[in-house]
Design a protein around this ligand. Structure first.
Ligand code: GLA
Length: 426
């Protein structure tokens, strides 16, 4: 009797210990940061082939794009990733199961392309899929080949991997994506890992353990409704963005022709304040001055990247010994806080986010069809109510003469915005 009681007790205790160990293991696994590649301390900047070219890509245009990023001055502003999207590989792997760059379009292979791009001071990105085929179905995915593919990418000198979600085995992203994370960690080269599973199961809540950025939305299209709704969906997850891991509302459509200049300015402003990846999606080899002036707006880029520009007079004020210093300095702040929509009514909205040195970035947005006056109030945007503020207009590149107390009102055209960096001075 006593013996069988002790036996039962032992089994019961063993069961408890095992169950606790299993839960503990799962918890540790869940909480552990699988990705420690040190990348993405600021949102990634660069170019991607998909939005403009879809599957019509080849090594010549990738090389020309790298050249154009340098000759337009965009590279110097931080646009460093040249990212090849879908359709770069043959439909079948080789006899040893390696991915093969498509012979008709990438005859020199990816190593040669990476060498070329690196020679320009830029980085090369590539694309694969956590499924059996990519979304185009024109090339294999990496499901079941993660270790081999990650090592292949590393051996080619790849710096960035966009990892899509089509044609998978029906298992959850949280099952498939970490396998590639681990494979990248074993590959021997830091590779920025961009999760592209379109927001399934709220990747913002787990993405930073697994990737450097995560898509929060379905694919963007080159029109106002698509662009603005991506910004809205992405905004919900603002709390989760931080250095090392960013919400991704999809790549830029600026320059592809489907929106007005004002709408493209709204697009860039919202992506900049949302700390979104700034991945140009147009043909940078053939683009207009107007388009370059949007994507090359240094002040908007500085907000996105968490840097601020100080002029010579500000510098001398801070450090009087700098009388003979250079004209401009870029200072990093690296706060990495994503802005939020703080007020809305009908067609008007106010978005705001904190920057370093008590500055605040605000975007005042008119989504409607009529010109309208919109007011941003200090208590809505995180500035002490009694403060006097100096406002820098990021698109006019002008510091406003008026000092603002308590609020700032701007009259905004339809489908347009104003973007200000506000600096409290008293
Ligand atoms: C998916 C992605 C897009 C693009 C295409 C390529 O739709 O979300 O960004 O990569 O696949 O086929």
């Amino acid at each position: 009797m006593v013996g069988s009681f002790l036996g039962l007790l032992t089994i019961w205790l063993l069961l408890i210990i095992t169950a606790t160990a299993v839960t503990y293991d799962a918890e540790i696994k869940n909480r552990r940061n699988l990705l420690a590649n040190g990348l993405g301390s600021t949102p990634p900047m660069g170019w991607n082939s998909w939005n403009h070219f879809n599957c019509k890509i080849d090594e010549k245009m990738i090389r020309e794009t790298a050249d154009a990023l340098v000759s337009t001055g965009l590279a110097k502003l931080g646009y460093q990733y040249v990212n090849i999207d879908d359709c770069w590989a043959e439909i079948s792997r080789d006899e040893k199961d390696y991915l093969v760059p498509k012979k008709s379009t990438f005859p020199s292979g990816m190593k040669a392309l990476a060498d070329y791009v690196h020679g320009k001071g830029l980085k090369l990105g590539i694309y694969s899929d956590a499924g059996y085929f990519t979304c185009s179905k024109k090339m294999p995915g990496s499901l079941g080949h993660e270790e081999q593919d990650a090592k292949t990418f590393a051996s080619w000198g790849i710096d960035y991997l966009k990892y899509d979600n089509c044609n998978n085995d029906g298992s959850k992203p949280l099952v498939r994506y970490p396998v590639m994370t681990q494979a990248l960690m074993n590959a021997g080269r830091p590779i920025f890992f961009s999760l592209c599973e379109w927001g399934d199961m709220h990747p913002a809540t787990w993405g930073s353990r697994i990737g450097n950025s995560w898509r929060t939305t379905n694919d963007i299209a080159d029109n106002w409704d698509s662009m603005i709704s991506r910004a809205d969906q992405n905004e919900v997850y603002a709390e989760y963005a931080r250095p090392g891991g960013w919400n991704d509302p999809d790549m830029l459509e600026i320059g592809n022709g489907g929106m007005t200049k004002d709408e493209y300015i709204v697009h860039f402003s919202l992506w900049a304040i949302s700390k979104a990846p700034l991945l140009i999606g147009c043909d940078v080899r053939n683009t207009t001055k107007d388009i370059i002036s949007i994507i090359a707006n240094k002040e908007a880029i500085a907000v996105n990247q968490g840097m601020f520009i100080i002029t010579k007079s500000q510098l001398i004020y801070l450090i009087p010994e700098c009388q003979t210093a250079m004209i401009k300095f870029l200072v990093t702040d690296r706060l990495g806080v994503q802005a939020k929509k703080v007020r809305m009514e009908g067609d008007w909205e106010v978005w705001a986010g904190p920057l370093s040195k008590y500055r605040v970035v605000v975007v005042i947005l008119n989504r409607g069809a009529w010109r309208t006056a919109i007011t941003a109030h200090w208590d809505d945007i995180g500035i002490p109510v009694g403060s006097t503020v100096v406002a820098r207009d990021v698109w006019e590149h002008k510091t406003l003469k008026t000092r603002f107390v308590g609020n700032l009102t701007a009259t905004i055209d339809p489908h347009a915005c104003k973007m200000y960096v506000l600096r409290p001075v008293s």
